[in-house]
Design a protein around this ligand. Structure first.
Ligand code: NAI
Length: 330
């Protein structure tokens, strides 16, 4: 079994090669992402192994099929970048890693809240520069605050329970609420009530046509003035221009994002020697109350180990024709 491995980074190679000692597959590693220009690198392979920003639209899937690709092995949970209808039409199996470490993502969301609230990023730089002043470093207690959790799946619920531990009241919203999650200080409400009452809102839904730009000019207007928004899910959940407008007026008090709707080609790469031409991210970076990490919420030792193990197991199960809950279908 030969696998074209797109968008690889040194850590991917390290973890996959280590794990592959037990599987023995042949990997062709490519630093470039899968797109119109690189799709033919997959010729002679049986599968492609891809990540969040690889392009898997109809045109590319058709070419993959023509190149003999039978499996798209996603080494991530989200599959919004895959045209599933086209994959089905061209007989390509799609498998993903549904949960590699939901704790990693939930804990990163909490890290963003604590950093942004207590201004740790600013304090770190200040103190290193010999400035021990506390001026403008005031934060707020999390204890007693209301936290809105949008999407109560694996990550959302771990996050909700951590925040409950801080003494926060938890409001939850999900298209498919699970009443079992309700307990003292944790209850489901509709999205409007969640936005109106929460001091901190954290997004944990997948990116779907119905969730695309769920945070927009209207929904920012529903939020408590000066509230904090955290997004570790997918960039497209937020209309970034609407977020900038809400930050400018103070309606949005704080924004921390690990994902960005135009992150493709920007995140995961070192652009420090280049001119960044994306004016939207440049504007966001200029706000003192905005914190950005580049899609690193998943990035723990435990998650990397799990990603490589589950991806290789998915490939093996595909080969053996095993039906699996990790298969993604329409
Ligand atoms: P999950 O599938 O366990 O939970 C998603 C929840 O969203 C479910 O409870 C579902 O009912 C709910 N949902 C679906 N459509 C909805 C809608 N229209 N409105 C409200 N709720 C809706 O997924 P999990 O594992 O918790 O992951 C959540 C997201 O986190 C993923 O879709 C992925 O985009 C993102 N993620 C980000 C990572 C990072 O490194 N930043 C790493 C892993 C996942």
């Amino acid at each position: 079994m030969k696998i074209a491995f797109y968008s690889y980074k040194s850590y991917d190679k390290e973890w996959f090669n280590r794990c592959n000692e037990d599987f023995g597959y042949e990997f062709k590693y490519f630093r470039v992402q899968l797109d119109e220009e690189t799709v033919d690198y997959s010729k002679g392979c049986d599968a492609v192994c891809v990540f969040v920003n690889d392009k898997l639209n109809r045109e590319i899937i058709e070419k993959l099929a023509a190149n003999g690709i039978k499996l798209i092995a996603l080494r991530c949970a989200g599959f919004n970048n895959v045209d599933l209808e086209a994959a089905q039409e061209f007989g390509i199996d799609v498998r993903r890693v549904p949960a590699y470490s939901p704790e990693a993502v939930a804990e990163h969301a909490v890290a963003l809240i604590l950093t942004l609230n207590r201004k740790i990023h600013r304090a770190y730089n200040r103190v290193r520069d010999g400035n021990f002043s506390l001026s403008r470093l005031t934060g707020f207690n999390l204890h007693g605050k209301t936290v809105g959790v949008v999407g109560t799946g694996k990550i959302g619920m771990i996050f909700a329970n951590i925040m409950k531990g801080f003494g926060c009241e938890i409001l939850m919203y999900d298209k498919f609420p699970n009443k079992k999650f309700e307990k003292d200080g944790m209850r489901y409400v509709d999205l409007t009530e969640l936005l109106q009452k929460s001091d901190i809102v954290s997004l944990h839904t997948p990116l779907l046509p119905e969730t695309s730009h769920m945070m927009n000019q209207y929904t920012f207007g529903l939020m408590k003035e000066g509230a904090m928004l955290i997004n570790t899910s997918r960039g497209g959940l937020i209309n970034t221009q609407a977020a900038i407008d809400a930050l400018k007026t103070g309606q949005l008090g704080y924004l921390a994002i690990d994902v960005y709707e135009m992150e493709e080609g920007l995140f995961f790469h070192n652009h420090s020697e280049k001119i960044i031409t994306d004016d939207t991210i440049s504007r966001l970076l200029a706000f003192p109350n905005v914190l950005i990490t580049s899609h690193q919420a998943f990035f723990t030792v435990e998650a990397l180990n799990q990603i490589s193990l589950v991806t290789l197991t998915n490939i093996k199960e595909h080969q053996e024709g095993v039906i699996s809950p990790n298969q993604v279908k329409i």
